[in-house]
Design a protein around this ligand. Structure first.
Ligand code: SF4
Length: 348
């Protein structure tokens, strides 16, 4: 049993390498001449009970891969993941199964996540019985009603097929199915994508309410910067597989120290993110930066306005001096940059 003040989740020096992948990572692999793509590279963070950590970055930065590694949906290349005091990287799938119920994922793709041929009642019954296989029929029905109530859906939805539900209702069913397993940790991967703004707000409020009621921890993965700030206690910013800044949500959002975070929060990129364009726009199309190719040392150098403004200092692209996370404004706020932005009198 973990001590009371220990993190629920501890990720240490996590790396996941692939042999093939497109986009910026492929350029990095070519640059290194190895053919190996470090989708997640030496990532470390903690997540406490009843806490939300937002993991933010552009599509392909490694945030979903990090989430999948925590669920043991793929083997890791290096590093350790401790959940509730146990190193799950060394557990077999069989040994992991009892813990797996406590770690649930809300998947991004609403339609792929629900079997189109199953009525909602069957979806929820299946999930409840996976967790509590000996439940008598009365208790099973009561649990299904309880789950519906938790996600604010009416009982008449039980007879519906997924295709008869709105996007928001499908998302609520996805959340109810995760709750059926009585989780402590939920990895929520772009949980509001493809939803209208008003429905997004409802889903966010629901997740917050559930956190208060059930003491859940969330790893909230999103490219939507405004959303991440809204929902998270702390935010970690990922760029090309590495965390480049991490700290209290308001400070990272409004007093960033890493040039990439500042770019992310700029109105230009926020607008592109809202339109779903940030994930598909090549860096050269940003128009602001001189994109060449990912480099050794700091991977953000080809796009970094500070690097350009300082006359391209060699330190930034020196493979032996890759910037490491270090305290920025006191212990809780860390940044990986040789020339961090000046401290601001931000919130908190
Ligand atoms: Fe920019 Fe250099 Fe900092 Fe990288 S280390 S973000 S290139 S200033």
């Amino acid at each position: 049993m973990e001590p009371m003040d220990s993190p629920l989740l501890e990720v240490r020096n996590l790396s996941k390498h692939f042999s093939q992948r497109g986009g910026l990572f492929a350029a990095l692999a070519r640059e290194r001449g190895t053919g190996v793509i470090p989708a997640v590279d030496d990532v470390s963070f903690d997540l406490h009970a009843n806490e939300t950590l937002g993991l933010v970055g552009e599509s392909g930065c490694g945030k979903t891969t990090t989430g999948k590694a925590i669920l043991k949906l793929m083997p890791v290349t290096a590093g350790r993941i401790r959940y509730a005091g146990r190193d799950i990287t060394v557990l077999s799938q069989e040994e992991f199964r009892p813990l797996r119920r406590e770690i649930q994922m809300i998947f991004q793709d609403l339609d792929a996540a629900l079997n189109p041929k199953m009525r909602i009642e069957s979806v929820l019954r299946e999930a409840v019985l996976l967790c509590e296989p000996t439940l008598a029929s009365g208790a099973l029905q009561a649990r299904i009603y309880e789950l519906l109530e938790l996600v604010n859906l009416k009982k008449n939805k039980l007879s519906s097929f997924p295709s008869e539900l709105s996007g928001g209702e499908k998302r609520r069913i996805g959340i109810a199915r995760a709750l059926a397993m009585r989780p402590r940790l939920i990895v929520a991967d772009e949980p509001t994508s493809a939803l209208d703004v008003s429905i997004q707000a409802q889903v966010i409020n629901l997740l917050r309410d559930l956190q208060s009621q059930l003491g859940l921890s969330y790893l909230f993965i999103s490219h939507d910067l405004q959303l991440v700030e809204l929902v998270s206690h702390r935010v970690a910013v990922m760029y090309l597989g590495r965390i480049v800044e991490m700290g209290p949500a308001e400070r990272v959002a409004h007093a960033p120290r890493h040039p990439y975070t500042a770019v992310l929060w700029s109105s230009l990129v926020e607008k592109m993110s809202r339109e779903g364009a940030a994930s598909s726009v090549a860096p050269s199309a940003w128009g602001v930066f001189d994109f060449e190719r990912p480099t050794e040392g700091c991977r953000f150098a080809p796009r970094c306005p500070v690097y350009a403004a300082r006359g391209r200092p060699a330190q930034c692209t020196d493979a032996s001096q890759a910037p490491r996370l270090a305290a920025a404004d006191g212990g809780a706020h860390v940044v990986a940059c040789h020339f961090p932005l000046p401290a601001q009198a931000g919130p908190g």
